[in-house]
Write a protein that binds this ligand. Structure first.
Ligand code: NAD
Length: 496
C-alpha cells in the first residue's frame, strides 16, 4: 500500500469533538472533509456548537485546577513526548494534510518539522519561564507568573500543523488548558493529533472542537469561562474575535494577514542574483502564496530590474504545478473552490490594472479534477493597485520598480499590514537603516522566511497583536501576580 492510500485508510469515517481525551459520539449534523485536489470525500466531521463548547470548556476548566500545579518539568515532558509522537507519525500526518489542503508533501513535511520544533522549544522554554523579585523594607516582593486558565484558540487552514503547535505549545507550557478550534477546511490532522494527545496529556488539558467559524468559533469566544483568546486568521475575523474579548474583558492575541514587502537593492553581489531570485520565488510561491508571511510585493531596483526580471520569470516558469501527492518541490492546488475563485478574481483585476509578466492561467492536473491550480503569476505594477494592496493568498507576486529610496520606504510601509519583510543588499548601513524603518514584525536580511525558533513572530498594524514562536509568548499566556512578604509590621498610622 502506498503512503497516500495508507494515510487515507487510517482516517476515521466520522470525527466528533475531542474532549477529555476522548472523541465524542456525533449526534448532530456534520460537514465533509474533502480532498482539495481530487475532491474525494475523506471523512465527516461534527459541526459542533455551543453544547460541545460547554462540555470542552468544562473539561478544560476542571483540568486547569490540576495542570497549573504541575511543575514545568512535567509539562515539558508531555510536550517533548508529543513532539516525539509526531515525529513517529509524521509521514502519515503530512500525507493527511496534503490530501486535505492540496499543498505538496514536501511542504506539509516542513510544517510538521516546524511543529515538532515548536513543541520542543516550549518544553525547554517552560523550564526558564520565571518571575522576578526584589527586596522591600523588611521583606521581599515576588512577582510570579500565573496561567490564565482556559484558553480559547482558533486557527486557519493554511499550515494546520504549525498553527496547532503555535497555539497549544506555549499555552500548555505556561500551565493553561486549551480548547482549540481548527479550520473547517483543514481539521483532519489536528483531530488526528487528539489520538497522540490522549496517550500523553491528562484528560482535559487539550480539547479540540471542530465546526464552522460563525457557530463554534463564536460560541468559544463568547464563553464566560474562557479567560484568554488567541486567534490566527484574517484581519476581518480578528476584529470580531477582538470584540468578543473586549465584551468580556479577556486578553486577546491576534496573528493576522500580511502583504509583505521584499526589497532588492542595486548593490547585491552579481554572483548572488540567482540565489536571490530563487529566494524571492520561494518567498512568494511557498505554500502556493497561502501564507500570511508571503513576500508578495517585490520592490526591485531600477538598475538591476531587467536582468532580474528575466531570471525571475524563468524561475517562475520552472516551478512544477502538479498533483500535491507527488514528491519534490511543486505547486499544488489552492485549498478550496472559494479560495480558487478569490485568486482568479484578483488575477482578473491584475490583468486590467497591471502588466502581466508571466502566468495568469488556471492549470488542469490529471487526476486532480477538483483542484484549483494556477500558474505562478507575476505582475508589474505600482503600490497603489488592488493587487499590491490586498492580501490575495494565492501564487501572485506584484513587482514594483524603485529608484528613489525614500519613496520606496514610504511605499513599502504604505499598506494596512505589517507582518514580514525582506531586504537583499551587501550594504550594511542600508540594511540596518531599512530594517529600522520598515513597519513589520519580522525583517529578514539576505534570506526570506528565516524563521528561527525563538525568534518573535507577530505583526505590526493590522497584522496582529502579540508575538508567537518565542520565549515572550509565554508572557502572553500568563499574568503577573505580585506577592510581598514582610518580616516585621510597620509602625501604626492611626492608633498612636
Ligand atoms: P479566517 O479569518 O476566515 O478564518 C480563520 C479561523 O476563524 C477559522 O477557524 C474560522 O472558522 C474562524 N472563524 C471564522 N469566523 C469566525 C467567527 N465569527 N468567530 C470566531 N471564529 C471564526 O481566515 P482564513 O481564510 O481561514 O485564513 C487566511 C487568513 O489567515 C489570511 O488573512 C492569513 O494571512 C491569516 N493567517 C495569519 C497567520 C499569522 O500568523 N499572522 C498565519 C496563517 C494565516
Amino acid at each position: 500500500m502506498t503512503e497516500v492510500s495508507a494515510a487515507r485508510k487510517s482516517l476515521s469515517k466520522v470525527y466528533g469533538a475531542f474532549i477529555d481525551n476522548e472523541f465524542q459520539p456525533v449526534s448532530g449534523s456534520t460537514f465533509p472533509a474533502v480532498a482539495a485536489a481530487s475532491g474525494e470525500h475523506l471523512a465527516d466531521i461534527a459541526r459542533c456548537g455551543s453544547s460541545e463548547i460547554d462540555a470542552a470548556v468544562a473539561s478544560a476548566k476542571a483540568a486547569f485546577a490540576m495542570w497549573k500545579t504541575r511543575v514545568p518539568e512535567e509539562r515539558a515532558e508531555c510536550l517533548n513526548k508529543l513532539a516525539d509522537a509526531i515525529e513517529r507519525e509524521a509521514p502519515r500526518l503530512t500525507t493527511i494534510d496534503t490530501l486535505d489542503i492540496g499543498r505538496g508533501l514536501w511542504e506539509t513535511g516542513i510544517d510538521h518539522a516546524i511543529a515538532m520544533q515548536q513543541y520542543r522549544y516550549f518544553a525547554a522554554a517552560a523550564l526558564t519561564h520565571e518571575g522576578f523579585g526584589r527586596p522591600i523594607p523588611n521583606g521581599y516582593m515576588l512577582a510570579k507568573r500565573e496561567p490564565y486558565g482556559v484558553c480559547g484558540q482558533i486557527i486557519p487552514w493554511n499550515v494546520p500543523a504549525i498553527m496547532t503547535a503555535f497555539k497549544i505549545a506555549p499555552a500548555v507550557a505556561a500551565g493553561n488548558t486549551v480548547v482549540l478550534k481548527p479550520d473547517e477546511n483543514a481539521s483532519l490532522s489536528t483531530l488526528e493529533l487528539g489520538r497522540l494527545i490522549a496517550e500523553i496529556f491528562p484528560p482535559g488539558v487539550i480539547n479540540i472542537v471542530p465546526g464552522l467559524g460563525e457557530e463554534v468559533g463564536a460560541a468559544l469566544t463568547a464563553h464566560p469561562d474562557v479567560t484568554k483568546l488567541a486567534f490566527t486568521g484574517s484581519s476581518e475575523v480578528g476584529r470580531i474575535v477582538s470584540q468578543a474579548g473586549a465584551n468580556r474583558l479577556v486578553p486577546v492575541s491576534l496573528e493576522l494577514g500580511g502583504k509583505s514587502p521584499n526589497i532588492v537593492f542595486p548593490d547585491v553581489d552579481p554572483a548572488d542574483i540567482d540565489a536571490i531570485v530563487d529566494n524571492v520565488t520561494f518567498a512568494s510561491m511557498y505554500c502556493n502564496g497561502q501564507s500570511c508571511l508571503a513576500g508578495t510585493r517585490l520592490f526591485l531596483h531600477d538598475a538591476i530590474y531587467d536582468d532580474f526580471m528575466q531570471r525571475l520569470t524563468a524561475s517562475m516558469k520552472r516551478i512544477r504545478v502538479a498533483d500535491p501527492t507527488s514528491q519534490g518541490p511543486l505547486l499544488g492546488c489552492l485549498v478550496s473552490e472559494t479560495q480558487g475563485r478569490r485568486v482568479q478574481s484578483y488575477i482578473d483585476i491584475g490583468k486590467k490594472d497591471a502588466l502581466l509578466i508571466t502566468g495568469g492561467n488556471r492549470v488542469e492536473v490529471a487526476g486532480c479534477d477538483a483542484g484549483w491550480f494556477f500558474e505562478p503569476t507575476v505582475f508589474e505594477t505600482t503600490n497603489d493597485t488592488r493587487i499590491a494592496q490586498e492580501e490575495i493568498f494565492g501564487p501572485v507576486l506584484s513587482v514594483i520598480r524603485w529608484s528613489d529610496y525614500e519613496k520606496m520606504i514610504h511605499d513599502a510601509n504604505n499598506v494596512r499590514y505589517g507582518l514580514a519583510s525582506g531586504i537583499y543588499t551587501t550594504n550594511l548601513k542600508a540594511a540596518w537603516e531599512t530594517a529600522d524603518r520598515l513597519q513589520a514584525g519580522n525583517v529578514w536580511i539576505n534570506n526570506y522566511f528565516n524563521l528561527a525558533a525563538g525568534s518573535p513572530f507577530g505583526g505590526f498594524k493590522e497584522s496582529g497583536i502579540g508575538s508567537e514562536f518565542c520565549h515572550e509568548t509565554l508572557n502572553m499566556y500568563t499574568h503577573l501576580k505580585a506577592i510581598t512578604v514582610q518580616t516585621q509590621m510597620n509602625p501604626p498610622w492611626f492608633s498612636q
